[in-house]
Design a protein around this ligand. Structure first.
Ligand code: DGY
Length: 325
């Protein structure tokens, strides 16, 4: 460490309150151009910083982490998901990794519900029609969507965000909610969030009108929803993804949209962001958002403060509260 204050490199621009706090507490190196650093820039950051405050746009692969010299001992990731970091390699190189869970739960669940509503009620199509000057007026057969109330929602991944989405759907919109997850929440959590437990994806899929994904990204869930799983969904059902793009097989999803097997999709995440498969752009019933799950001022400040708490705990010699590796 230089002097008494750890040097912290932040890879992207952060809300002003967070940047001010970083300047006050650390020897902070902040981003001026808000561009992702890329492999070379990340290796430079790892060589000059005691901690790197990184985001999901930083691909911290084994190769990047192997850079020499390496001064950093902590990767404080700004966000809940850590699939952009090779955790095994980080551990092998003696790097501690933290994330910022909990503070973006409600906002990400709100966005999942936004997509459920927008997809079932065809809000994207309607908005484009008005903006495009093509609206010819009210008529009984215009842009008919699907009723939300009483529809069955399937939640895959019953962590904080999955449960918060379930509660909104059940208590707020009168949906029947089924859920499945690697770990079964306790009976009280299932009941209070309005979730009926399913033992497997295969049990859940044929019963739902809307499927919403809330699993972490990475190799364990890559392609989890493919042609076989989509075929198990009811004809005319809807797929919502606010988790990670790689969880869904894009080819299978587009084929099901084209054939009409899927009524629509609501997506906030894509494999290889910010690239979006061009075919999706031409599909009216695809509601496409640019990874906005945690994009509220409140969450983005709280995420920064949580990352700072982790950095401070680490340099006090404590186990950081949100250590993932
Ligand atoms: C996360 O925290 O992983 C989210 O995707 C950021 O919005």
């Amino acid at each position: 460490m230089s002097g008494s204050r750890p040097r912290v490199v932040a890879t992207r621009r952060l809300p002003p309150l967070v940047e001010d706090a970083l300047r006050e507490r650390f020897d902070a190196v902040l981003s001026h151009d808000d561009q992702p650093l890329g492999a070379v820039g990340l290796q430079r950051a790892l060589a000059e910083a005691d901690a790197v405050l990184c985001t999901l746009t930083d691909r911290l692969t084994a190769e990047v982490l192997s850079g020499n010299p390496r001064r950093a001992r902590l990767l404080a990731s700004y966000g809940a998901g850590v699939d952009h970091i090779d955790l095994e390699a980080a551990e092998a190189y003696g790097l501690t990794v933290t994330n910022t869970p909990g503070v973006l739960t409600e906002d990400t669940a709100d966005l999942a519900i936004t997509l459920v509503l927008a997809t079932l009620r065809r809000a994207g199509e309607g908005e484009r029609e008005v903006r495009g000057g093509r609206w010819t007026g009210w008529r009984p057969t215009h842009l008919l969507g699907r009723r939300v109330s009483g529809a069955t929602l399937g939640i895959v991944g019953l962590g904080r965000i999955g449960l918060a989405t379930a509660a909104r759907a059940h208590h707020g919109f009168g949906m029947r909610v089924l859920g499945t997850s690697r770990t079964r929440p306790d009976a009280e959590a299932l009941a209070s969030h309005g979730v009926t437990w399913c033992e497997s994806l295969a049990e859940l899929l044929p019963q739902v009108d809307v499927l919403s994904l809330h699993v972490p990204g990475g190799p364990g869930t890559s392609g989890m929803i493919g042609a076989r799983e989509i075929a198990l969904m009811r004809p005319g059902s809807v797929l919502i993804n606010t988790a990670r793009g790689g969880v869904v097989d894009t080819e299978a999803m587009i084929a099901a949209l084209m054939s009409g097997h899927l009524f629509g999709v609501g997506l906030d995440v894509y494999p290889g962001e910010p690239a979006v498969d061009r075919r999706l752009l031409g599909i009216e019933r695809a509601v496409l958002l640019p990874h906005l799950g945690s994009a509220t001022r409140e969450a983005r400040v709280a995420m920064g403060m949580r990352a700072i708490d982790n950095i401070e705990a680490f340099f006090r010699g404590e186990v950081p509260p949100d250590r993932v590796a």
